[in-house]
Design a protein around this ligand. Structure first.
Ligand code: PXP
Length: 254
């Protein structure tokens, strides 16, 4: 008997599971606050993966305010799923990425005095430089993703480039908006445009168990990169519980 349209849609929905990459930067922030040797982001990564995360994200910042080079080396050994390394596309950072060969590099803009990443890369202005970085990484077999604001011009630029496996849509504006529907619509449009061009779609920044649902429900989004809210919650309830709470919030929506 041919499957009905309803059962097809149900099977598709069941097959779709949005993955969670846990960003463990702020485990290192806590450690660096005392220049101690604990808590270890590698321990957090192990717990996150065994709690159901599909991978681990770290941002090796030029000022090394949280993740250190030795953390990256240890995580490259310990992480069983995808290790996603966020870096600015400088020569020094590209060399580090080539040395440790994470599964994925996400290219992000970085300003020394920012508290956290403030926005997506401006590909419209910097596409040639970003293309060179992407080519270098791809030659080492590293998948390249680019952190982008959900703007049509930026996404159009990304889909025309070579060696770009995915984009990560910046959800920061959505998470701060009083009336987020407009921001969500931009995220939906950007996700559809990128997926239509055949590249993977990720999203993240500022996501919490309260606001993650609407983003997880965007059909083209494959993975969410979430850090600060999980680590903050982990301080109170433990890392495993915090990761599971986030996975449950994602599962409810997707
Ligand atoms: N994606 C990118 C590119 C980031 O720079 C960050 C912050 O390090 C995140 C996602 C995660 O953001 P948050 O810590 O707010 O969950």
């Amino acid at each position: 008997m041919a499957p009905s349209a309803d059962s097809g849609a149900a099977a598709k929905a069941a097959a779709r599971s949005v993955q969670l990459s846990v960003n463990v930067d702020h485990v290192a922030t806590l450690r660096q606050a005392r220049r101690a040797d604990y808590p270890d982001p590698v321990d957090a990564a192990r717990i996150a993966e065994s709690a159901g995360a599909s991978g681990i994200t770290v941002h090796l910042r030029e000022d090394r305010r949280h993740i250190q080079d030795h953390d990256l080396a240890a995580l490259a050994e310990a992480v069983r799923g995808k290790l996603n390394l966020e870096i600015a596309g400088t020569v020094a950072m590209l060399e580090i990425a080539e040395r440790h060969r994470p599964g994925q590099v996400t290219l992000v803009p970085e300003r020394p005095d920012e508290i956290t990443t403030e926005g997506g890369l401006d590909l419209v202005r910097h596409s040639r430089r970003v293309q060179r970085a992407a080519n270098t990484l791809a030659e080492s077999g590293i998948a390249v993703s680019i952190f982008l604001d959900p703007e049509e011009a930026q996404v159009d630029c990304a889909v025309q480039m070579e060696n770009i496996a995915g984009i990560e849509i910046n959800t920061d504006h959505y998470t701060r908006a009083e009336r987020p529907e407009g921001e969500l619509e931009e995220i939906r449009r950007a996700a559809a445009r990128a997926a239509e061009a055949g590249i993977s779609v990720y999203a993240g920044h500022g996501l919490t168990t309260t606001n993650v649902g609407a983003v997880a429900a965007v059909p083209q989004i494959e993975e969410l990169n979430i850090g600060h809210s999980i680590v903050s919650r982990a301080v109170l309830v433990g890392f495993e519980a915090a990761v599971k709470e986030m996975l449950e919030a994602i599962r409810r929506a997707s």
